[in-house]
Design a protein around this ligand. Structure first.
Ligand code: NDP
Ligand code: 2IT
Length: 380
């Protein structure tokens, strides 16, 4: 049987450095989605203060239910179409939805096979292929570091607070892990089929076992955890993810774009949410962001809040090119510094433009200026 999928790579801007951005494998992938993700990536990467341009790639291939061999074959087909357009100083791929260490390993292996080189053309590699310690957890941890820095600035903390999270993939799992480290209580997660509310706090060992090892649906979570309830997607009230019905201090959308609309925002506001911080890329719709702004809810935009992932990807690139390795503690310390600097730089921009706590505008202005200045400096 021959199976055909469409794959893309959008190289959007390389004023600050080589194109850099993840690869997504999901049936919903279209060129339009990848274009907005690549556009966002330009400014996110600029906000990190590191020298990388912006790109995104992906395919409408659905990895669900496929064997390891089928996944490998698809990764090889994808790389054989793109290897000529990428390079360690040209365009460096990375992970995203449906692309984790397994897929990255196969993509890397095919590049090596085709070019006879061990160039670092992709990040989030398995450790055995030159991956960085702390990369898998970087996006989720970075999201929580950013949010904690933001809260400290207004004399608040996550400690002891109820938090809701959507998603149950790489970003969501590590956000939950870091919330526990800081003494917060994460009580929800979700996947494409439904949502879990566990008032005792999400059982992280069970979640990791289900999602990372068994690659199973969250419906099995309730069978092993009596304190939890499961709501199927078909039963979501008004089509809005059930996790946003749960009263919380902090909400972290960590699944996908446009997952938190106006209706969800109203529920969160009615339940007195204090802060919403985006782990996913553009999960909050424009109208929902407006509502949060109107009600003075603190809001951490994705291009700042989830930039820890791509930042540690750059640490992976630098370790590869120097043939040196950072310890997990070193990576974590650098990640904390990067997230704290991101917040400080955005806040400075907000002050400069009299934007108070409008971090959305602050982040956009900061990223835009860095890219524009680099473009102007290179001549037109
Ligand atoms: P994963 O593939 O590991 O997990 C994705 C999670 O979101 C899964 O729980 C999945 O459910 C759920 N999901 C995906 N699509 C949908 C959908 N259409 N409707 C409902 N649920 C959905 O991806 P990541 O955790 O890596 O990525 C999550 C988000 O974070 C994405 O927006 C990504 O762009 C962003 N991001 C990721 C970074 C990274 O380093 N990985 C860095 C910065 C941002 P199911 O298990 O059923 O498939
Ligand atoms: O959206 C993102 O920043 C990512 N998926 C990570 C990209 C990367 O190159 O590590």
């Amino acid at each position: 049987i021959i199976h055909v999928n469409n794959g893309y790579r959008i190289q959007f801007n390389n004023a600050l450095g080589p194109y850099k951005g993840g690869v997504r494998f999901h049936p919903s992938v279209t060129p339009d989605i990848l274009k907005f993700l690549a556009f966002e990536q330009i400014f996110k990467n600029a906000i990190t203060g590191l020298h990388i341009g912006g790109a995104k790639g992906g395919a409408d291939f659905d990895p669900k239910g496929k064997s390891d061999k089928e996944i490998m074959k698809f990764c090889q087909a994808f790389m054989s179409s793109f290897y000529n357009s990428i390079g360690a100083d040209i365009d460096i791929l990375g992970g995203d939805i449906g692309v984790g260490a397994r897929e990255v390993g196969y993509l890397f292996g095919e590049y090596k096979q085709l070019t006879n080189s061990y160039h670092s053309i992709i990040t989030s590699k398995p450790l055995s292929l030159g991956g960085s310690l702390g990369r898998i957890s970087a996006t989720g941890y970075g999201l929580i570091y950013f949010t904690q820095t933001l809260l400290e600035d207004i004399g608040e903390t996550l400690k002891g607070k109820i938090c809701t999270i959507s998603g149950s993939g790489n970003v969501a799992i590590h956000a939950i892990e870091k919330l526990y480290d800081l003494g917060a209580i994460p009580v929800t997660c979700s996947d494409s089929k439904g949502a879990i509310h566990d008032s005792n706090g999400i059982d992280l060992t069970l979640l990791k076992n289900l999602k990372l090892e068994r690659r199973a649906s969250l419906e099995y979570y309730v069978a092993e955890r009596k304190s939890a309830t499961y709501v199927k997607k078909e039963q979501y009230e008004g089509g809005s993810n059930h996790v946003w019905n749960i009263p919380c201090f902090a909400a972290f959308p960590c699944a996908t774009q446009n997952e938190l609309g106006e209706d969800c925002a109203k529920r969160l506001i009615n339940n007195d949410v204090k802060v919403v911080s985006e782990g996913a890329n553009m999960p909050t719709t424009k109208n929902a962001i407006e509502l949060f702004k109107e009600h003075n809810i603190l809001f951490g935009p994705a291009k700042a809040a989830n930039a820890g992932g791509v930042a540690v990807s750059v640490l992976e690139m630098s370790q590869n090119s120097s043939l040196q390795y950072f310890t997990e503690e070193e990576v974590d310390e650098k990640l904390q510094n990067i997230m704290s600097n991101i917040y400080t730089d955005i806040k400075k921009t907000c002050d400069e433009y009299c934007l108070e706590m409008d971090l959305v505008s602050g982040a956009n202005i900061l990223g835009f200026k860095r890219v524009a200045n680099a473009m102007i400096a290179q001549g037109v």
